[in-house]
Design a protein around this ligand. Structure first.
Ligand SMILES: Nc1ncnc2c1ncn2[C@@H]1O[C@H](COP(=O)(O)OP(=O)(O)O)[C@@H](O)[C@H]1O
Ligand SMILES: [Mg+2]
Length: 246
């Protein structure tokens, strides 16, 4: 159904229309009409496959809008990732279907993780290729990623251990992040794990491989910072036993 478009909504977008394709624009109008967002404030971060916008809700709380760019994504490899996930095994191999389900998967994953108490943005809503989540940062300025911050010596060990504890919580929630790195962790008072679009359930065929890769990424990052890291094999064994992976 075509959403009702009001003139004031168009004004509230504050964004040049050309940033969005027609369908994305309609999806944004729908979020405005549903009262989930009140305004889109600006482009906060432009990536290859997604653009993150700062937005506000009716109480002037900041929100992050992650818009997947259907036209630029490598939907064939995304489709492979998606259908490997038992929850999405029947997704059609079309650009549109892949992008919609990619967004839906991130929303589902964030919901599971957030309910399990993982330090991650709270999911608010999704519509088509747009994900609405809690804004990590202040006044429309995004929190820096772990890769962007220089941690104080006294904080390094604690941040490393905090992140390992989040990996454990994510596992306990039944998921493996599968793309964990210093690029997908924000530091805002504490670490926040973001970018759950690739997270898969424990019964995924490649679950062990993904878990190992996540642990390896975290360990290598902190090892280079001279943090006393835990043995990778032991971590892997402990985590996989806990998660019931063979
Ligand atoms: N909820 C959020 N709060 C603040 N910044 C965010 C949030 N979500 C994403 N970002 C920023 O946008 C960037 C891209 O988001 P991400 O989810 O990692 O998507 P991508 O798949 O493009 O890597 C992140 O590196 C981060 O800087
Ligand atoms: Mg990312």
């Amino acid at each position: 159904m075509k959403p009702k478009i009001r003139l004031e909504d168009v004004k509230e977008l504050k964004i040049e229309r050309k940033v969005f394709d027609e369908r994305t624009l309609l999806a944004i109008y729908k979020l405005l009409n549903k009262g989930i967002i009140k305004s889109v404030e600006g482009v906060a971060k432009e990536g290859k496959e997604s653009v993150v916008f700062s937005a506000k809700d009716k109480n002037d709380n900041w929100l992050a809008l992650k818009v997947y760019r259907a036209e630029y994504c490598d939907f064939k490899s995304m489709w492979k990732y998606l259908v490997g996930d038992p929850r999405f095994s029947s997704v059609k191999k079309s650009r549109r279907a892949v992008i919609l389900n990619w967004c839906k998967r991130e929303f589902k994953n964030l919901t599971i993780a957030h309910e399990a108490g993982v330090s991650c943005p709270k999911p608010i809503a999704f519509n088509e290729n747009i994900l609405v989540i809690e804004f990590i940062g202040e006044d429309g300025k995004l929190a820096p990623r772990l890769i962007d911050v220089k941690l104080e010596n006294r904080d390094k060990q604690g941040v490393y251990e905090f992140i390992l504890n989040e990996v454990e919580k994510i596992l306990r929630s039944g998921l493996i992040h599968s793309d964990l790195s210093a690029y997908n962790i924000l530091i805002w008072g504490k670490p926040y794990i973001i970018d759950f679009s690739q997270a898969v359930p424990l019964k995924h065929q490649l679950a062990s491989e993904f878990l190992r890769r996540d642990i390896k990424n975290v360990n290598s990052y902190f090892k280079a910072l001279n943090v006393k890291i835990k043995n990778e094999e032991e971590l892997f064994k402990r985590f996989s036993a806990m998660a019931g992976l063979e």
